[in-house]
Design a protein around this ligand. Structure first.
Ligand SMILES: Nc1ncnc2c1ncn2[C@@H]1O[C@H](COP(=O)(O)OP(=O)(O)O)[C@@H](O)[C@H]1O
Ligand SMILES: [Mg+2]
Length: 434
């Protein structure tokens, strides 16, 4: 048999209906249920009253119609045994001998459990009267069973929680997908689609991510192509300028061309780094030599103080790009230094990372701008107070380079003034640790 396709609404409706019915039954049973112990106490408290009722039936002549009516009115079943004569209002009474065998006296009455049912009876001369409650058979439980309705209710609630979670799972997936897309992970796709109308939501999100990915890709391709195409005429202009007689104007023009060249180079690098670790050219390089190479570049070495001995390890990194990071962090620190105090460079290995930090004594960065310094073209100072004429892409690229190496680049201000850039690489970048 094929189960008809049900929408989310119908599924939820069925779930709630079934749960409500089962829980209501369980609550009713749980509220009416009493233990065998309490049932006996109940009987012993009403002993005389019950005995008199049974006695009345026993003393009267056996009137089947009246017995039937009594049984119906009191919601009980009655069995009367007079000598060899036997009459019962229901046919599920056990043998009288079975009743007597299990009998437990409560005053003049007897309480007896046969099978799963409870009976109350009394004997008078040649007559015995047995009653059993139609409901009591459902609600008198042995001690250990008294909690079952509540346990079932809890199990049903747990089951419906599980079903509900499964039904609403696609919403969680949709939220995750939206989050990943907003974080820029356009390759993320929802893999499992529900059989309800929520499938439209999950497939639409997948389609949206695919469309966005295509859009960004073509935008990037366009940017790369334009940047690339601009480089050739810029190169030609530079050569032509060099052939002219040098004066102030040619110097300005050369500086502008250099700026544009840098800008294009960094834009292209930013696009390349978007692919993460795939673009890295990993090589093994001795760490102290790497630092030395960067410091021996013009202007840098005499303004930098290495605060602790450099770890004598070899790194497996993209040497050119790591040098770019180090060079830019040190250059920024020097550019923003207000005093002659040296910029501090320290390299330490503290598992799980290798930490390079560059600390300066400049003005620091306003707290609300700390995270923004890593966004493209961001300058904390306004145009008239810039300490550099940089493009504003260096820190953005440094962060991408760190992330491509599975590392991090963070910044925080130091007391009383200045800031510290911390560049961490995973310990696996150290050749000896591999
Ligand atoms: N050591 C520093 N102290 C204060 N501000 C800094 C420091 N390093 C970077 N910044 C701020 O971050 C901005 C971005 O830096 P960067 O990406 O190197 O771009 P650029 O140097 O081209 O301006 C800088 O314009 C500056 O406002
Ligand atoms: Mg800079």
């Amino acid at each position: 048999m094929k189960i008809p396709h049900l929408g989310l609404f119908s599924r939820l409706l069925i779930l709630f209906a079934v749960t409500t019915i089962i829980i209501s039954i369980c609550i009713a049973l749980g509220s009416f249920a009493i233990t065998e112990q309490r049932a006996k106490i109940f009987i012993s408290e009403r002993q005389t009253q019950l005995y008199e009722m049974l006695q009345q039936i026993a003393e009267n002549p056996l009137d089947k119609e009246k017995l039937k009516a009594d049984a119906r009115n009191n919601r009980v079943s009655i069995m009367v045994k007079r000598g060899t004569q036997l009459y019962s209002t229901a046919d599920n009474f056990p043998e009288f001998s079975a009743l007597t065998a299990a009998a437990q006296p409560i005053g003049n009455l007897f309480f007896s459990k046969v099978g799963s049912k409870y009976f109350l009876y009394a004997s008078f001369d040649d007559t015995s009267v047995v009653v059993t409650s139609k409901i009591a058979n459902l609600i008198v439980y042995p001690e250990w069973l008294i909690l079952w309705p509540w346990i079932v209710a809890i199990l049903v609630l747990m089951a419906s929680y599980y079903v509900l979670k499964r039904l609403l799972n696609p919403i969680g997936q949709a939220i995750e997908s939206a989050k990943r897309i907003s974080e820029g992970d356009l390759a993320y796709r929802i893999t499992v689609h529900p059989k309800t109308e929520l499938a439209r939501l999950t497939t639409s999100l997948n389609k949206m991510a695919a469309d966005l990915q295509k859009l960004f890709q073509s935008k990037n391709e366009m940017l790369m192509a334009i940047s690339h195409e601009l480089r050739t005429p810029l190169g030609r202009m530079k050569v032509s300028l060099a052939l002219l007689q040098q004066n102030e104007i040619t110097a300005d023009l050369t500086s502008d061309i250099n700026y544009m060249n840098d800008l294009i180079g960094q834009l292209l690098e930013g696009e390349r780094l978007q692919q993460g670790s795939r673009v890295l050219n990993i090589a093994t390089y001795y760490l102290p030599t790497l630092v030395d190479d960067v410091l021996s570049e013009t202007r840098l070495s005499e303004r930098v103080e290495i605060t602790s001995a450099l770890p004598e390890v070899a790194l497996r990194v993209d040497v050119g790009r790591i040098k770019f990071v180090l060079r830019n962090l040190i250059q920024n620190a020097i550019d923003h230094a207000t005093s002659e105090e040296k910029v501090k460079l320290s390299v330490t290995i503290t598992e799980p990372s290798l930490l390079i930090s560059v600390t300066d004594h400049g003005p620091g960065i306003p707290t609300d701008m700390l995270e923004k310094v890593f966004t493209p073209f961001f300058h904390a100072e306004d145009i008239n107070h810039r300490s550099t004429d940089g493009v504003g892409l260096a820190l953005f690229l440094c962060k991408r380079i760190a992330e491509a190496h599975d590392g991090q680049l963070t910044v925080n201000n130091t007391a009383p003034h200045g800031c510290q850039f911390s560049f961490s690489l995973p310990i696996s970048c150290i050749a000896a640790f591999e």
